[in-house]
Design a protein around this ligand. Structure first.
Ligand SMILES: Nc1ncnc2c1ncn2[C@@H]1O[C@H](COP(=O)(O)OP(=O)(O)OP(=O)(O)O)[C@@H](O)[C@H]1O
Ligand code: SF4
Ligand SMILES: [Mg+2]
Length: 335
């Protein structure tokens, strides 16, 4: 059965215009998310994961950061909306943000206001997006807190963020994100700040809620272990570009890009919160990117052509692409 399309990102370019020059934070990224599935986005720090998400949500620090090219097509039944063409503060965008697409950030306090109760914050989302009266909105807030596994929700609803543990706060933020029943939840490293036990609980919760509510998730992480647990398909990013794109099993067992292979080798056996260090060397400075393949200075397989010409995205298997000259003979594809 063909899956229904939800989000189609094509050739997305989001650049920052800084005093030192243009930072091409996202530079020609394409991927798709179908209804109800989880797309994992993985890569080292600074590779453009968060800026990709913020582009979809139109939450960029405008005017410094701007989508300069590409499209972000959101499928709403028969309607197709190009988010890239909407103004961040427009009514259309505000309606999407919250009603259709929600975002959960790494640090719950980014999303929570310390001077308001948890309940009031969930109620605000519900009142704005679902037109409920106060009484009904509070009932909904209690319902949501219970949904995300917060015990004594009728009491917690009147508590302030500082009265909750880190894990509880993140659950509350997820409750806020889910309060309007989104079709797409963007989770940007939602568990990185939590300890391993709480992380496991939150991941399980997100999987369960996804089954119950049928929403799609764009799950951003630097942790391949988490990707293995959560994602149906995976986008591997490096220096603002997608370097490999495939179903999760293929990424784990048939990785074609030397960067992905390096990430897999570097997976810590224990201690999930270490930063990824796929191979020696560091990611290039975005203001001084190397010629050709950006990974060439760190790649154990680099050839002359790699240092001269940027590789295309080559189809290396069914619904599997890698941006690497080693796979050029398989023919160029589109991802
Ligand atoms: N406000 C900004 N001004 C200039 N450059 C920025 C700004 N925000 C992000 N960038 C640049 O955009 C690039 C991508 O950043 P992004 O935050 O998307 O990385 P990331 O993959 O989410 O990393 P992390 O794993 O650390 O969260 C980086 O090179 C970063 O320096
Ligand atoms: S294109 Fe060349 S340098 Fe880049 S990943 Fe492939 S082999 Fe390595
Ligand atoms: Mg980030």
């Amino acid at each position: 059965m063909k899956k229904e399309m939800l989000l189609e990102v094509s050739n997305l370019k989001t650049h920052f215009f800084t005093d030192d020059g243009v930072v091409k934070a996202v530079d020609g990224v394409s991927f798709e998310i179908h209804k109800g599935e989880t797309l994992g986005v993985v890569g080292e720090s600074g590779c453009g994961k968060s800026i990709t998400a913020q582009s979809v949500m139109q939450l960029l620090p405008y005017p410094k950061g701007r989508v300069v090219e590409g499209s972000i097509l959101y499928h709403q039944g028969e309607n197709v909306i190009d988010i890239a063409a909407l103004k961040p503060a427009s009514r259309g965008m505000r309606r999407l943000r919250g009603n259709e697409i929600s975002m959960v950030f790494q640090e719950p306090m980014t999303s929570l206001n310390p001077v308001h109760t948890i309940g009031r914050q969930i109620m605000e989302v519900v009142i704005e997006h679902q037109n409920l009266d106060k009484k009904r909105a509070k009932e909904r807030a209690v319902e949501m807190l219970s949904h995300v596994g917060i015990s004594a929700p009728a009491q917690r609803v009147d508590e302030y963020p500082h009265q909750l543990s880190g894990g509880m706060r993140q659950r509350a933020v997820i409750a806020m994100g889910l309060a309007c029943d989104p079709n797409l939840l963007i989770a940007d490293e939602p568990t990185t700040a939590l300890d391993v036990t709480v992380e496991a609980q939150i991941l399980e919760l997100m999987n369960k809620l996804q089954d119950d509510l049928g929403m799609a998730i764009m799950f951003i992480t630097h942790d391949l272990g988490v990707i293995g647990e959560m994602a149906d398909r995976v986008v591997v990013m490096y220096s603002g570009k997608v370097v490999e794109y495939a179903e999760t099993d293929k990424i784990f067992y048939e990785a074609h890009h030397p960067y992905t292979q390096g990430l897999l080798k570097s997976r810590p056996a224990i201690g999930r919160h270490q930063r990824l260090v796929p191979v020696t060397g560091t990611v290039p400075n975005p203001l001084y990117l190397p010629k050709g393949c950006y990974f060439a200075p760190r790649c154990p397989h680099a050839m002359d052509i790699c240092r001269e010409t940027e590789p295309a995205m080559f189809a290396v298997g069914e619904k599997h692409w890698a941006k690497c000259w080693l796979h050029a003979e398989k023919g160029e594809g589109t991802a």
